[in-house]
Design a protein around this ligand. Structure first.
Ligand code: NI
Length: 172
């Protein structure tokens, strides 16, 4: 197990469309486990492979509360097949440190994917888990949560985030 370095916006890997995964090899399982360890260490509730510089369709999600047992979801080649309702909740992203904002999403989604053992899974989720699926799957298409902002809000984001990046550089 290993904690992987997380790529930050505007790293170009975050804007790429990730490649589907073929056979789920031991190498991919190791990557998935390392991504989960990286997510828990951050801490975060989701992580997509492009965020650790690997342009493959793989995400890990765990939205269990801090007092609950972990409920890790490892999803290869995930797709959202149905969406229902509307949600408008605050989001953040490990690749966009220091910035949080509310984003319009669907309230409930049904996702299909292959789990870590290569089994086909279909899950219908709502609440934080539905937001996490939509946010993480966006990463596989090179979309960040801030790409959903209006042009005005995106302008404000850019100014604020530049300060975060400058502070991070000073700390290096
Ligand atoms: Ni993210």
């Amino acid at each position: 197990m290993a904690i992987l370095p997380i790529r930050h916006y505007p790293d170009p890997v975050l804007k790429q469309k990730a490649e589907p995964v073929g056979e789920i090899t031991d190498e991919l399982r190791t990557l998935a486990r390392d991504m989960a360890e990286t997510m828990y260490a951050a801490p975060g509730v989701g992580l997509a492979a492009p965020q650790v510089g690997i342009s493959k369709r793989l995400v890990v999600i765990d939205c269990a509360g801090s007092n609950e047992e972990p409920q890790l979801i490892t999803a290869f080649n995930p797709e959202i097949v149905t969406r229902e309702g509307e949600s408008y909740e605050e989001e953040g992203c490990l690749s966009v440190p220091g910035y949080y904002t509310r984003i319009h999403r669907s309230a409930q989604v049904t996702a299909r994917f292959l789990d870590i053992d290569g089994r086909r899974v279909e899950m219908t989720v709502d609440g934080l888990l539905a937001v996490a699926f939509q946010h993480e799957l966006d990463h596989l298409d090179g979309i960040l949560f801030v790409d959903h902002l209006s042009p005005l809000k995106k302008g404000l984001f850019r100014k604020k985030y530049q300060k975060v990046l400058d502070q991070m550089k000073e700390q290096l």
